[in-house]
Design a protein around this ligand. Structure first.
Ligand SMILES: Cc1cc2nc3c(=O)[nH]c(=O)nc-3n(C[C@H](O)[C@H](O)[C@H](O)COP(=O)(O)OP(=O)(O)OC[C@H]3O[C@@H](n4cnc5c(N)ncnc54)[C@H](O)[C@@H]3O)c2cc1C
Length: 419
């Protein structure tokens, strides 16, 4: 019997899993490789980091997800390189030959070359960072409740978030609510007027990709929760006792959360100058490398120009890309022509806390409670598996009715740096 074409997919994120789904039942053998044994729903990481959701509500084992796809094998390994000439993927476990390669390896936190920031702040890009942040935040309160020195206490109780895109806005809103409504019941020794959350943005407004009106509404909502917003200032330095802004202002803090940007990561050894902005790999309108029609790059890792702008690093872009590539491979095997990829923008949204969100769906701009209900609906739709949806919905309802964040557990080592 002739050997079936082998499709190797690097990354079990949104893009990789969409490609697996599209290849279900197709006459190919698929191997999906990821360094983690789970798929992570990154948009809700901030809720793990702020004690609202349990990690298992936003992650699912890859083997469980693909269980019903009989043509799929799972390999938990680090992909360290790709030999485009020999058509081989090199991993920490074994080397895989491929006929088609789908790279869906996503992105990592970008510190823009600021080594101090990289070493002394925490990103919010994976589960271990979210757990570390949750533990750090709570450890700060534990330590502050035993600290007599006013300056040291202030440092412990100041939380700085760098970057006011959706992640920074959602996380600072969630932390502000935790501080306002939940932690005062736990830490009676702490004077909560000493606690502050500072959101720092280099641009002129928060949520810069949203319409200015929605940015303003979100900013007002955050300020009502007690978040101090600093606009037009980049961070010039981070040290053990805080950070310094470009205008020289110093913010004394033990906790810096870095949500200022991401850059693509792939196992392809391309020189930096051949890559697009944020180190994304340039692809054709069929999402493959220009010289290699058998190698596809999708999601955050790739840069595709559509209607004069590069597609954003968002989950729906990765999902639609994975879907397309799966269909394209199936089509090629049957000798069918598949038209170029076209991304359908269904809108973007961000929460600003309990009962408040902004959503931009084409020309329609929504905010407040209605925006929040739409946000809940969309996130439930995209979460993988019934159990995760039920867990998330239950936790949101619990928080809504009881003003509670039940997962206030210090588990991960808060940091190797003493608080
Ligand atoms: C905190 C946060 C909030 C976000 N909020 C939203 C939102 O509200 N809406 C939205 O649309 N988007 C949001 N995003 C962006 C969205 O999560 C990404 O655009 C999306 O995950 C990209 O999908 P992907 O498949 O390209 O990569 P990912 O989903 O990141 O998956 C990449 C996978 O590849 C694996 N991998 C990477 N390199 C290797 C390697 N060398 N070896 C083995 N495995 C590897 C990783 O472990 C990972 O599982 C958010 C992102 C973050 C971090």
């Amino acid at each position: 019997m002739a050997k079936r074409p082998h499709v190797v997919i690097v990354g079990a994120g949104f893009g990789g899993l969409a490609a697996v789904r599209a290849l279900r039942g197709v006459d190919v053998d698929v191997t999906i490789v990821d360094r983690n044994n789970y798929h992570l729903f990154q948009p809700l990481l901030y809720q793990v980091a702020s004690g609202l959701l349990d990690p298992s509500a936003i992650s699912s084992p890859v083997r469980t997800i693909v269980r019903r796809s009989r043509n799929v094998d799972v390999l938990r390994a680090e992909v360290t390189g790709v030999d485009l000439t020999q058509r081989r993927v090199i991993t920490s476990a074994e080397t895989l030959d491929y006929d088609y390669l789908v790279i869906a390896s996503g992105s990592v936190t970008d510190y823009f070359g600021n080594e101090d920031a990289r070493q002394r702040s925490t990103g919010l890009k994976d589960l271990s960072e979210a757990l570390a942040l949750r533990s750090r935040l709570l450890t700060c309160f534990e330590t502050a409740s035993l600290t007599a020195d006013a300056d040291a206490r202030k440092r412990l109780l100041t939380f700085a978030v760098v970057g006011a895109g959706p992640t920074g806005v959602e996380y600072s809103g969630a932390v502000a609510e935790l501080i306002k409504h939940v932690l005062p019941k736990d830490y009676r020794r702490i004077d909560f007027t000493e606690v502050s959350v500072v959101l720092i943005e280099a641009g002129s407004r928060i949520l810069a990709t949203f319409a200015p009106r929605l940015s303003r509404l979100a900013a007002r909502s955050l300020q009502r929760k007690g978040v101090r917003i600093i606009l037009g200032q980049s961070v010039s330095g981070v040290d053990d006792a805080g950070l310094v802004l470009a205008n020289g202002e110093r913010i004394e803090t033990n906790t810096v959360v870095w949500t200022a940007g991401v850059r693509a990561t792939t196992p392809l050894a391309f020189p930096l100058e051949s890559l697009a902005r944020s180190e994304r790999v340039k692809v054709t309108s069929q999402l493959h490398l220009i010289d290699h029609p058998e190698v596809f790059v999708i999601g955050d890792a790739s840069a595709l120009d559509q209607d004069g702008a590069v597609l954003p690093m968002l989950a729906p872009v990765a999902i639609q890309g994975g879907n397309y590539v799966g269909r394209l491979i199936a089509g090629r095997l049957k000798g069918e022509e598949i038209p170029p990829f076209h991304y359908h923008d269904k809108g973007t949204m961000a929460t600003v806390g309990r009962g408040a969100a902004v959503a931009q769906i084409g020309p329609i701009h929504i905010n407040g409670l209605i925006g929040w209900f739409i946000w809940i609906f969309v996130h439930l739709l995209y979460l993988v598996g019934f159990r995760n949806r039920a867990l998330a919905l239950w936790s949101w309802a619990w928080n809504y009715f009881f003003w509670d964040r039940p997962v206030r557990l210090i588990i991960a080592p808060s940091s190797d740096r003493a608080l």
